[in-house]
Ligand binder design. Sequence first.
Ligand code: SF4
Length: 490
Amino acid sequence: MSEERRLLADRAVADGFRSCYGWLRHVVSSSKGQHNPISYNVEMRALLISTYDLGRQPLGLASPAAWLRRSGVEVDCADTSREMLDEGRIAAASLVGFYLPMHTATRLAGPVIEQVRRANPAARLCAYGLYAPLNAAWLRERGIQHVLGPDAEAELVALAANSQPATVTPTRVPFIQPDRMGLPPLERYASLRMPDGSTRTIGSTDTTRGCKHLCRHCPIVPVYRGRFTAVPVDVVLEDIRAQVRAGARHITFGDPDFFNGPTHARRIVERLSKEFPGVSYDATIKIEHLLKHADLIPLLRNTGCLFVTSAVESVDDTVLERLQKGHTRGDFVRAVTICREAGLTLSPTFIPFTPWTSLEGYVELLDVLNDLGIVEQVAPIQLGIRLLVTAESLLLHLPGIQERVTEFEPASLTWPWRHEDHRVDDLQAAVMRIVKSTSEATRGETFDAISRFAREHAGLPIGTRRPTSVAPVPVVSEPWYCCAEPMETV
Ligand code: SF4
């Protein structure tokens, strides 16, 4: 978001937030039997569409569905990553909302928007979610009339009432229990493969929205700008309860960072473990927070946490500094030790390929993972991820990036970049090929294949992998990536 747009948004919020927030509270409370000040078209029917949400049943449909249904709007939820969207459902809608929480979802939405426009030219179209404001121009070119942000529940209610949506600052909406009715069942989403070969159905929810950090490559930053807000504990627990009733045996907390509010997190996992002692969970926590709140790590393990994902991104301190990650390679090593001593699995994620990656630096990353004995804890796809420079990315302000990027590419919704040393780009493409061709192999075997290739490519002697001392770890059946995704072409 440009500075000018931010200022405009802030001014609108300052001018209108107080009355708007009161109105929104009224809309929500009206659903509990009080007078509803909005009159809806009796035929109002909203279709909310998710194209991809990291293999999870999309909370970004369930939460607005709850708001809209409480306001008297009929809602249909479609997840095109799990089901076909037939034209009858599209034709029945007067308002269609596309949920765009991430880059991949946004790219996948392009053809679905086209399908909806063809099947129902009269429907009002809106897009919401983190990536909607970042790609507003691209969406408008495709016929989206209303571009909303990530906390769009109230604005969707206003649109359903045929009003212009009021501008509401992110993170200031009252929360109500999400309504997952009509979504594909949890069994159709990613599951957890346990080391003993058994599987667990995964549910997911968020305990916070936004993030208080300002990492330079992160798409959350231009939208939330360091703000986050906690979802009330009772709302979170009620959503978990509903998913456990629907078969979930493991909960993924999808917060950008579970320890943005450590006291809040503590309350939730204590209640989760007390009420559902057999239900496990995982969360994403940044390295900085794992060190700062190391005293909470035993609590995580004791309340059923099976693993913590952490966006380590790099073991090169210069790259970490450029990304403003808030940790160093030494911090990462300390976090691995702390988690290991507490008996908690740490699953780091990486962006190994950046404009600053060297062949030697890539091999060094592999060596660090090998030396730390955490090869089995790293999903192979993480070794092939290439830095995404998305629309509005703060990376574009970095010296050195402008020379590397080419034209903004509408097809990929990114600023493609080329490394100044083409051998690094070649290596990235080769790593992706290896990952694809070894999908049936163990993580260790894939790591060995990548390591062999990378060393030969860099003209370095072939090393040997240290036998890992850690037990096999639970694995989610779909790979995880959020601020980045594998890009095979450069
Ligand atoms: S990368 Fe993680 S910690 Fe950094 S701003 Fe994004 S969500 Fe927050």
